[in-house]
Write a protein that binds this ligand. Sequence first.
Ligand SMILES: Cc1ncc(COP(=O)(O)O)c(C=O)c1O
Length: 392
Amino acid sequence: MLDQLEQQPADALLALIKLHNADPRSDKIDLGVGVYRTGQGETPVFGAIKTAERILVDTQDSKAYLGPEGDMGFVAALMPYIFGKDSPDMGGRIEGMQTPGGTGSLRLALAMAKRAGAKRIVVGNPSWPNHAQICRDLGLDVAEFNHASPDGTADMAGVRKAIAEAQAGDVLMLHGCCHNPTGIDYTQGEWDEIAGMLAGSPMLPLIDMAYQGLGHGMEQDAYGLRRVLVSVPEALISYSCDKNFGLYRDRVGALYVMARDAGDLPAIMSHGHALARANWSQPPDHGGAAVRIVLEDEKLTAQWLDELDQMRTRMRQMRERLAAAGQAGSIDLAPMGQQNGLFSIVGLTGEQVLAIREKHGVYMAGSSRINIAGLTSGNIDKFIDAVADVAG
Ligand SMILES: Cc1ncc(COP(=O)(O)O)c(C=O)c1O
């Protein structure tokens, strides 16, 4: 049977890592892979997480199964940060479960939506490629609307049209903050408008929150999500701790469901649990437990928020440097100053992406998406000059 399987295309970003590693130039710049990097090019474990892990090793007395919902202390501890301290469960209408990363949460959310009758997932273009991959794998249709305008802001006409033309059975996938790959988030006014439109729409919102705290701060980055939740009867929220706690390979995430009525939650969540059981049975425990220990301890929480602050500030500084450079050849870098999070799209053609790699050793995705955290005060001028050279 197995010899029937055809070769699948290699993951482009993983292929880029190999190319970068093989490049002997000492001043090469890696803007490909989507992890945070310090000014020294490192992706360290958070100090708060290291301490929490030590506490975990010293105090954990069993590794017996927890169940498909995972560590519910972890799930609860995150809720005030996501949904707000005043009503973290929206009067009992929100319940969550732990998942293997944001990807596991998206997989569960989309499979649950399918069981509930979802036919079409409406996604902005461009989006994180795995959104469409998961949909296709689940046999769900994907419909796209244009996300980004040429001036580097959100294409509101695109999202307005998508909501206006919604049909029953549509799910609207929205990035909560720090849009991947464009860095283009909706402004607060735009979120207000989207929330208002969704209030009268048959669409089920699915909000993918993978970078909270890396745009403007934990509270500010939750504005859109909270705005939508108070306007609609029900929603799905996929959350990742892999970026904002630096836990990438430990696979830490959660799925939250906001139901029309609190009484509907047990039945809805029973589908989440059954789907988890059929996919991975139980989520990995270690990273989620470390996050819980951080969030249950005031000092560790303050330390984590401070570390997150430093990451955000460093990326903001890089964005300001790009914006201040203004024009680099035919490319206007100014909009990057207003964009958020780890990613932005430079706007180079495929040929220019190849040229900047070959001539200058600057590695970025084929779409010209760059990881802002790959830039440092030591390499940013070289990057700007290289863009100006290939896009001259
Ligand atoms: C938009 C978006 N959603 C979800 C994820 C999933 O993150 P993870 O599965 O690593 O927690 C990512 C990761 O790159 C992402 O960019």
